[in-house]
Write a protein that binds this ligand. Structure first.
Ligand SMILES: [Zn+2]
Ligand SMILES: [Zn+2]
Length: 344
């Protein structure tokens, strides 16, 4: 490998060693050996890493990671070295790394463009060390150029909330001019609404927080209300970003015949209540979950975000403030997206 001259070969990282409620502040600052890029891998000096609800699921055991783990899968940094056989980047290139860290590349899912469903799928910050650190390594095939328009911090939420939201939108089957419902209005939804508006869709937002409703209106929602409220029109498509089960029947109730509800979260905190088939599912309504992302989602979404343009609202924290930032995220107190900023 080559690595630009720094004498010390240790980096700072916030490390998770055991499953725990986030309130106990389980992420600990540690010195870890600098990662060494293997064949086809690049070494990335991280400047910013977004925080995500998935990290709460990992920390609190709903989606247990390999332990110990460096979490974080919305990484922006610069290429600072490489292993053998790399060709894609040069020194100093600004790159992003997302949730998909690798997949086998050979199975029928991978060959058919569904590498997100590969049984060997590895998640950044879950199966491979992620971005709550000063450095990381990744295969060059799973790193993306970041459009110039975005600052490092602004680009981080595009890599998870943005790219997954883009996948949610594609899977919802939404077409130009149709009505879209968004249940929950956090980091992903506030990016999705901007893409949907760009595509000429009318967007109804179901969320309890007054601040979230105001932001939704500012970003072009034509109506906002609570999850139990009735929107002025039926929804052709809906995306449920909430971690609770109750929103599923609530969304199906206001879905148009033949409409599709996409469930965007990896895990629901509580069970989905029994669904009345005649009232909620008949008339060809569909329910679909979303798992992971593909490289194509990130590759397509980053330039689209630049074209629209989508400039995410971000709130910055220091790396050592990761626990506190995640507690605020859990409490729903972060407007837009939370981002950890690294320093030397
Ligand atoms: Zn995420
Ligand atoms: Zn595969």
């Amino acid at each position: 490998m080559s690595r630009i001259g720094t004498e010390d070969e240790e980096m700072k990282a916030m490390v998770l060693k055991e499953i725990s409620p986030i309130e106990k502040e389980p992420l600990k600052m540690e010195d870890l050996p600098d990662p060494v890029p293997g064949p086809k891998q690049i070494l990335v000096k991280i400047s910013a890493c977004g925080i995500c609800h998935t990290e709460l699921d990992e920390i609190e055991g709903r989606l247990p990671p390999r332990l110990p783990m460096v979490l974080g899968h919305q990484i922006v940094g610069r290429v600072e070295g490489w292993g053998s056989g790399t060709t894609k980047f040069i020194l100093g290139d600004r790159v992003g790394i997302a949730w998909i860290n690798s997949a086998c590349g050979k199975c029928h899912f991978c060959i058919g463009g569904l590498e997100n469903l590969c049984s060997e799928f590895r998640g950044t910050g879950c199966h491979a060390y992620g971005g709550y650190a000063q450095y990381t390594v990744v295969s060059e095939d799973f790193a993306y150029f970041i459009p110039k328009r975005f600052s490092d911090a602004e680009a981080t939420p595009l890599l998870c909330a943005g790219a997954i939201g883009y996948r949610d939108l594609i899977l919802s089957g939404i077409r130009k001019g149709q009505t879209l419902g968004l249940f929950g209005f956090g980091a992903s939804a506030h990016i999705v609404i901007q893409t949907a508006r760009y595509w000429g869709c009318e967007v109804f937002v179901f969320t309890r927080g007054e601040e979230h409703r105001n932001l939704a209106k500012k970003l072009g929602a034509s109506w906002t209300g609570g999850p139990e409220d009735k929107p002025p029109e039926k929804l052709h498509c809906a995306i449920d970003f909430t971690p609770v089960g109750e929103t599923v029947p609530q969304a199906l109730r206001v879905l148009e015949k033949g409409g599709r509800l996409v469930l965007a979260v990896i895990r629901k905190r509580n069970p989905i209540p029994p669904l009345d088939y005649a009232q909620l599912l008949w008339d060809e309504k569909e329910l679909k979950s979303v798992a992971n992302i593909t490289r194509k989602d990130a590759q397509e979404f980053l330039p689209l975000a630049s074209e629209i343009p989508i400039i995410p609202e971000v709130r910055e924290f220091k790396l050592e403030e990761a626990n506190q930032a995640l507690i605020l995220l859990k409490q729903g107190k972060i407007q837009g997206a939370g981002v950890l900023r690294m320093h030397d």
